[in-house]
Design a protein around this ligand. Sequence first.
Ligand SMILES: Cc1cc2nc3c(=O)[nH]c(=O)nc-3n(C[C@H](O)[C@H](O)[C@H](O)COP(=O)(O)OP(=O)(O)OC[C@H]3O[C@@H](n4cnc5c(N)ncnc54)[C@H](O)[C@@H]3O)c2cc1C
Length: 459
Amino acid sequence: MLCWLQQALRAYDNPVIDAAIRLANTMQLPVLVYHGVRKDYPYASDRLHHFILGASVDLADGCRRRGLAVVQHVDRAERREKGLAYRLCIDAAALVLEDQPTFVARWQAERVAVRIDIPVFAVNAACLVPPAVIGADVTGRTAFLRRHEPARATWLAWDDEVAEVAPYEGDLPFTPDRLGADDLGRLIAELDIDHSVPASAAHPAGRAAAEGRLARLLAAVLPGYASARNDATRSDGASGLSPYLHFGVLGPREIMAAVDAAPAGAQHKRKFADELLGWREWFHYQARQLAVPEGYHRVAGWARQTLADHAGDPRPEHETLEAMLRGETRDETWNACQRQFLADGWMHNNLRMYWAKRIIAMTSSPEAAWATACYLNDRLSLDGRDPSTYGNLAAMFAGAPADRERPVYGKVATRGDGSTRHREGGAAWLEQAAARLVPAVTIPATAPVDPYLTGGPPI
Ligand SMILES: Cc1cc2nc3c(=O)[nH]c(=O)nc-3n(C[C@H](O)[C@H](O)[C@H](O)COP(=O)(O)OP(=O)(O)OC[C@H]3O[C@@H](n4cnc5c(N)ncnc54)[C@H](O)[C@@H]3O)c2cc1C
């Protein structure tokens, strides 16, 4: 039974692995877990590779502890293994992979599923309540929550499956890598990827770091979450868990079980659940319903129309891509936001709203704004390329219409920076942000375009 993990990089509490074990037990077959990393996916960088491969090391250790054979492969010039997933399928009875609605995991799963002739099962490990069980007919968040909320308790109860058959020891169509945490720096340095975007010190890779973040959430963040979460100047206002969630190092079930058991006040737990389950899983559901969740055309029609009506307006706040990428525009607050992306590979939620809205004024057209926002978010942020990326950006490009029409934005509401700048401590925070050392990331030769509209998935 081949279990292909693409983004759910955890050994336990992993529905993809558990589905593979359950199927394998039924057929009295061993499971082979496979995790491979290409070097030619969009935005491949030291930052993403470190995070992914660090998680893969712990994933493999955990799988072995569970009595499962696991093979890893890092794509590189001297170790190209074309079509590895297909070749691994040749001797498999069935393939279990991920039901992920965006980016590489989705493209790969869709491509493989139509080309192989063994059964393929796509299992969701990203959400507490798998989007597939909600049904395909929900169009609004309120209706989504009406189905989602009652389903949560059922999915919170989980027991890891136990493999009945000894680990797979048969032939393999390639020589696997055996990744160790100590080898990753050297290995990554030799790859033909973007070395100008370095690993994030704020979000170290691996399971121990994720567990540390979860412990910090329970002890320091959750007790004040409902009131502190909007304050970007505080270091204890938000959990910083999104990178670990994006790459599945931690699943929402484990986080919610810990939150439910914590002694924090009910209003804080409710607010946290609203973000982690109510918003995050809504965006996953939305993305799964869309053929191309990453494209500009997902933005509400009225918003695209009003932005198009104002596409010819003068744009005095226009900035070059270089100034934006490096966080060196004329807007001090925007630069502070962008510098968080550059330095940490993460940005506070409250800043992201201002950052995204301002990109509409800083670029030459609404389409260029969308492409630039996706590009900056996806290239720099560890949690980018996610259903929450495109869902939130779409909300920033539309949302509730403004009370009056403005240049460039039309009826799309604008947003000021007062919630950070005018807070107590705001000025000091801006000063610190400006003084931060950030990497000098390379500037692309051409401006970003919406890659998903022009030629389909780039790989
Ligand atoms: C323009 C814009 C772009 C965004 N891009 C991304 C992205 O690329 N990847 C991403 O994961 N999130 C994105 N978000 C959502 C949110 O900003 C981040 O999830 C959050 O800042 C992550 O920090 P945290 O883990 O400390 O959040 P916490 O406040 O600790 O929240 C806990 C978890 O709840 C979920 N969550 C919180 N807020 C949201 C939200 N608005 N939408 C969906 N889920 C949420 C996240 O999984 C988060 O890890 C974006 C928001 C905006 C406005």
